[in-house]
Ligand binder design. Structure first.
Ligand SMILES: N[C@@H](CCC(=O)N[C@@H](CS)C(=O)NCC(=O)O)C(=O)O
Length: 426
């Protein structure tokens, strides 16, 4: 038996706990020392008491469960390979970049239904729920657009921008810089919807209706928010169809309220409901996602494999970066998922909070409407659909379908949006 001492001692820690189990480390120990690993660990156990004491900790028990052990090994090896690779490429990675159009789009969507003539480029992560929401809107309204996938490690594709989150929508050919930048998924949706409703307004003018406010979040972190981001600046015609001048407005409003009292609140309530549920999507629904997608290490790994596949990470990352993001991300998001669960007061079984949110949404639609918007989806339908589509390939999504009645609504939305979406250029 000529196994090196270090190898033997590390096996002692494992065989003490797993001598009766059939896990990988026990199998490996049996391979090295024959089937009598129990005897072996007892005979040398005294000489390695230090190891035995250490092996009694919960951390050690967690570490040496075979899948955790492999994950930790990968967690050390992959960053190492990654750092070596980064050192080699440092001049490229840290090089300064110009404006937003330095990068080749990963995808170009072109739609015959787009009569706006706008040149839109979306900077995004393919499976970020906010980006999926904005994309669902672009597709529903049949916009043509390019997609630039941002490398989530270096984010060099958005180096030109002061705002460091995604999605960012850039519209070419407007304003002094030659482009107009719209930040935040809800602002993107509201600005474009306002534009579609009133083509006489220019986009830079519309963007002025959505001033960003420097504020602090609940944890005191400085953030930018847009207080009226859920408001679509509607063409007045929609509320008061016959009004033209200011004078007429006053008289007509009075008459309108007198004789048409019911329709004003109805329209008002329709738009208020849409706004409220768009806000609910950002404030409630989205917060149930991460703790569910990263609930266990294997679900977290499954989610990252899915992101890698649909985000075409082989095009966005180098191999070492991709492995780094997958393995380090798996572990980091697993831990973060637990923190977010507490922060957003989710139930002990986080799946129940996700199911509750989906059930609440279906209850809001009620039995008499196909969509929250009635016979056709409104912006809240599009937002909820977009967010849910971000984790379609994960176990938690499958669980949602089998534990709530949201499936038929979701399928209808998907069919509708995919039908309206332009074609992807080859
Ligand atoms: N309120 C923003 C949130 C966007 C957001 O948080 N995006 C994440 C990706 S899912 C991000 O870019 N995070 C980077 C960061 O926080 O630095 C929106 O609706 O667009």
């Amino acid at each position: 038996m000529a196994a090196p001492m270090s190898r033997i001692s590390s096996f002692i820690c494992q065989t003490r706990y797993y001598r009766n189990s059939s896990n990988v480390s026990h199998k490996a120990a049996s391979y090295l020392f024959g089937n009598n690993t129990t005897l072996f660990s007892h005979s040398v156990g005294n000489r390695f008491r230090k190891f035995s004491t250490f092996s009694g900790t919960a951390v050690n028990r967690w570490l040496f469960r075979s899948k955790h052990y492999m994950l930790m090994t990968a967690g050390v090896a992959i960053p190492f390979v990654y750092l070596v690779d980064l050192y080699r490429r440092s001049t490229v990675v840290f090089a300064d970049v110009g404006g937003p159009f330095q990068f080749k789009p990963i995808r170009s969507v072109r739609s015959d239904g787009d009569s706006t003539g706008l040149k839109l480029t979306m900077f995004q992560y393919q499976t970020c729920p906010f980006c999926c929401k904005a994309r669902a809107y672009l597709d529903y309204r049949s916009f043509s657009y390019d997609v630039i996938e941002v490398n989530s490690v270096w984010r060099k594709e958005i180096k030109w921008s002061k705002y460091k989150k995604v999605p960012i929508l850039v519209i070419q050919g407007i304003g002094p810089d030659g482009y107009l930048q719209i930040n935040d998924s809800s602002v993107i949706i509201s600005v474009l919807e306002t534009f579609l409703d009133n083509r006489t307004l220019t986009l830079d003018k519309i963007l002025e209706f959505y001033p960003g406010l420097e504020t602090k979040n609940e944890r005191g972190k400085a953030i930018t928010d847009w207080p009226n981001k859920y408001f679509v600046m509607m063409n007045e015609r929609k509320l008061t169809p016959s009004l033209e001048t200011e004078q007429k407005k006053v008289v007509s409003n009075f008459l309108f309220i007198l004789f048409n009292f019911n329709s004003l609140p109805e329209l008002y309530l329709y738009y208020k409901e849409e706004r409220d549920w768009r806000e609910w999507t950002d404030q409630i629904l989205i917060h149930t996602l991460a703790p569910n997608m990263y609930r266990t290490l294997s679900e977290s790994k499954e989610a990252f494999d899915y992101f890698s596949e649909v985000g075409e990470w082989q095009k966005v990352f180098t191999t070492s970066e991709r492995l780094f993001v997958i393995y380090v991300g798996t572990l980091a998001m697993y831990i973060l998922g637990k923190i977010l669960k507490r922060r957003h007061h989710l139930k002990d079984d986080v799946r129940l909070s996700l199911y509750d949110a989906c059930k609440e949404w279906m209850k809001a639609i009620g039995p008499n409407r196909q969509f929250l918007g009635g016979d056709t989806p409104n912006l809240a339908d599009i937002s909820v659909y977009g967010v849910l589509s971000s984790f379609e390939g994960c176990q938690s999504f499958k669980d949602v379908l089998s534990n709530t009645d949201i499936g038929p609504w979701y399928s209808q939305m998907k069919k509708l949006i995919e039908g309206l979406k332009g074609h992807v250029l080859p």
